[in-house]
Structures are given as structure tokens and as C-alpha cells.
Design a protein around this ligand. Structure first.
Ligand code: CA
Length: 274
């Protein structure tokens, strides 16, 4: 339901005519009211003329990119924004920039999957309390519902390998250099560190990190795990700390056996046995 019980109004910003038409007719059949724009400036004009309940925003647009459109929208609004990208690697860009997009889909996608994501972000509670300043932007907008308590954050600091996590200051450093974890990556690390060594199931992590967003799929979690690994592991392809427990979930190992590792060890040839 949208404002005043009317149909949910979705603004589709997509330069490819075939996608734009398919989305327009498909979403209209699903009961949504759809308005479309073929570029960023046009989308912003429609957005400001009559703010929609949700924006479906293509990442690659001619001229003004989808990321810039998203930023502009976030200057004044917490409306849910679902980013659409053509290739998976762009997803890293979307998530890494912390644009405040609520979710993403990659082309090609099924209408059913898209509708599930639309319904999920419309239901989702804001990821930050309403009194938190607008920066970094909220991960989701939509109707305000009672806030779910934030994931319990461990206190103090934790060190593993060469990484030092200060949970109080929310910083993660290696050799004193900030690893620039996103809010979600830090939340994921905090969840895994409660306590270290415990196996956290995918379901638990999804519930904890995306409360109420039970239709966020496992792939989103994998993307964040991947990004966190590339930041905290010396060799992300052979992790020593953020471990996958096949078929179950993930575990953070802080075993001191690896604390002596130095960058480059993975590539240093070992002496042949004599
Ligand atoms: Ca495009």
C-alpha cells in the first residue's frame, strides 16, 4: 500500500527501452502505479514533481549515472531505492559507495524476484534510528515501524592477524591504517565476533544485519562476506580468520597461531626439504 492506501507508486529510471517497457507493463500488472524516465535528470524531475513510494534505478545511464541520481535523491529523501545493474561486479560499487540504496538486482532478473525485493524493502524498518543524522544515509526508507534493536556490539577491542578492531570507536585498522569498513561490514564483523570462534548461521546473520528484510537473499550476505574478506584477510582466497562453514554459515577465527603472519608470506617460497 502506498500513501493514503493508494497503489504503490514506483519510479523506474531506465535508459533501455525494452527493459523500461517490460518493467512498466509487468509492474503495472502486479498492481503498482508506474512512472518512467529514460535518464537521470528526467528521473529527478519526476521524483521531485511527485515523490514516488519507491525508485527502481538503473546504474548505467547515459550522462548522469545511477549512483549520482541515488545521491541526489538521498539529499532530500529516504525513499527506498533499488539499484539495477547489468553485471555483478557493479554491485560492489553500489554497496561500497554506501549510497543508501535499499537493495539491488542484477540483469537479467525475473519479475517475481523483483516484486519480492520491492515488497521486502517497502516492509523493511529503517536501518538507523530516526534521530540519527542523515549521513551515512539510511539503508532503507519506507513506512516507519518500531525500530528493531541494533545487533549487539562487542565492547572494547579485538586483534587477530595484523588487524585491530576497536568496537567502541568502530574502527578497523591494519598496522594503524584504517581499512575503511562500511557500516554493514563492521556490523557483520561485530556479529561474527560475538563471540569469536562460534559458528553463525546464514539465517542468523541475515536476520541480524537486515532485520525485517527476510527476503534479502543469501547472495547479499555473500557479497558482504567477500568484501569484508578482501579487507581483513592477507589472502582473501585462503582466509585464516573469516571462515566459511560449509552448509551452515561463517565463523571468525582469532587463533593466535596466525598472528605472526606478515603480508607477503603467502607468496614467499618455502625452502625445499633437504
Ligand atoms: Ca542502462
Amino acid at each position: 500500500m502506498g500513501r493514503d492506501g493508494d497503489a504503490v507508486r514506483i519510479l523506474v529510471v531506465e535508459d533501455e527501452e525494452s527493459y523500461r517497457d517490460a518493467l512498466s507493463s509487468g509492474l503495472t500488472r502486479q498492481g503498482y502505479e508506474v512512472v518512467t524516465a529514460s535518464d537521470g535528470p528526467g528521473g529527478l524531475r519526476l521524483f521531485h514533481a511527485d515523490p514516488p513510494d519507491l525508485v527502481l534505478l538503473d546504474l548505467l545511464l547515459p550522462g548522469m549515472r545511477g549512483t549520482d541520481v541515488c545521491r541526489r535523491i538521498r539529499e532530500t529523501s529516504r525513499v527506498p531505492v533499488i539499484m539495477v545493474s547489468a553485471i555483478d561486479s557493479e554491485v560492489d560499487v553500489v554497496l561500497g559507495l554506501e549510497l543508501g540504496a535499499s537493495d539491488y538486482v542484477t540483469k537479467p532478473f525475473h519479475l517475481r524476484e523483483l516484486v519480492a525485493r520491492i515488497e521486502a524493502v517497502l516492509r523493511r524498518v529503517p536501518a538507523v534510528p530516526p534521530d540519527t543524522p542523515a549521513s551515512p544515509p539510511a539503508a532503507a526508507g519506507g513506512p516507519l515501524t518500531p525500530a528493531t534493536p541494533a545487533p549487539a556490539t562487542p565492547e572494547g577491542s579485538l586483534a587477530f592477524g595484523e588487524v585491530v578492531v576497536d568496537f567502541d570507536r568502530r574502527t578497523v585498522t591494519r598496522h594503524g591504517t584504517d581499512l575503511h569498513l562500511s557500516r554493514r561490514e563492521l556490523d557483520l564483523l561485530a556479529a561474527l565476533a560475538s563471540p569469536p570462534g562460534r559458528v553463525h548461521t546464514r539465517e542468523d546473520l541475515l536476520d541480524l544485519l537486515w532485520p525485517g528484510g527476510n527476503l534479502v537473499d543469501s547472495r547479499t550476505l555473500d557479497t558482504h562476506v567477500h568484501r569484508l574478506r578482501t579487507k581483513i584477510e592477507v589472502d582473501p582466497s585462503a582466509p585464516h580468520h573469516l571462515m566459511t562453514v560449509r552448509g551452515v554459515g561463517f565463523r571468525l577465527d582469532v587463533d593466535t597461531a596466525h598472528t605472526a603472519r606478515r603480508v607477503g608470506d603467502a607468496f614467499r617460497p618455502t625452502a625445499p626439504p633437504r
